[in-house]
Design a protein around this ligand. Sequence first.
Ligand SMILES: [Zn+2]
Ligand SMILES: [Zn+2]
Length: 304
Amino acid sequence: MSASCEGGFSLLALSQPALLEVFASLTEMRDSIALSLASKELWELGAASRRRALCCAACHHAVVPDAAAAFSSDTYREAPHLGLPDGDSHAFDAEHAELRIRGAGGPGHEVRVQHVQCGGCGLHLGVRLVQLGSLRAGAAAACIRHWRELQVLGACFLARRYLRLRAPDGREELLGRPLPPSARALYRCTAARSSLRRPGECGAALFEQRDVLSRQHCWDAGGGPERALYINGFRPGAVVERNERQESLCQGEMRVADVHCTACAARIGWRFCRDLTPALDNCNQVGRFGVVRSSIEKDEHAGT
Ligand SMILES: [Zn+2]
Ligand SMILES: [Zn+2]
């Protein structure tokens, strides 16, 4: 490609094929959006390179089918981030997302939110702001000085850690950057406490590094209390659940089930099945899993 740099470089001086090449060379969607927004022509030319769906990391359901439109919306521009207990979150219009939204919070709360769940698997993904003091979502602006607050009222804030961007070819990305190879590192079963296989002889692929949400948990899977990882999900079919029951955990009353490796039957962790706290403080954990350290081994060389 060639373009004259005299008097400043103009992208629009490039031919259409050259511009398409520029778009194809961009690895991050936010760069494609930034370039697309420069002019109407570039918006049309960049359509293919912006095509991404925002998906649930656990079930791959397309939560926001047109991610580029959501990332360039007024809602996202006004309040792109919100810190939540689930980590950094992005703002999206509820109208453009396939989500389930449940009521929560009682009258008298200064800030009221609703729980937002994946429309596919029902896992908690974030919150929807419905009230800020006397301002409610959907209310007409009483005064121009509340304009900014009304922009974010009604918006869903979805936690980055529960989401992935998916390109039309199936390639997945973390939000804002390509997936580093280490994110695909596999964790395999060690067969600790297995009745079918000797220690070290299972090796079943359980989950990947990118599924890990926290390393600060503790659990007894039959070998006494030990350190555990909290994860977004296992590979399909990797585990089976047994023995669902109610337990008093540090975070409150919950229903949990034991999780066993499908290949060697060893008990390796647990699943949070239901939140029994009155205010649903733990609803973000429901449907997610934990796995004890003795049951897993990181396979640095594997990745698919
Ligand atoms: Zn899902
Ligand atoms: Zn196993």
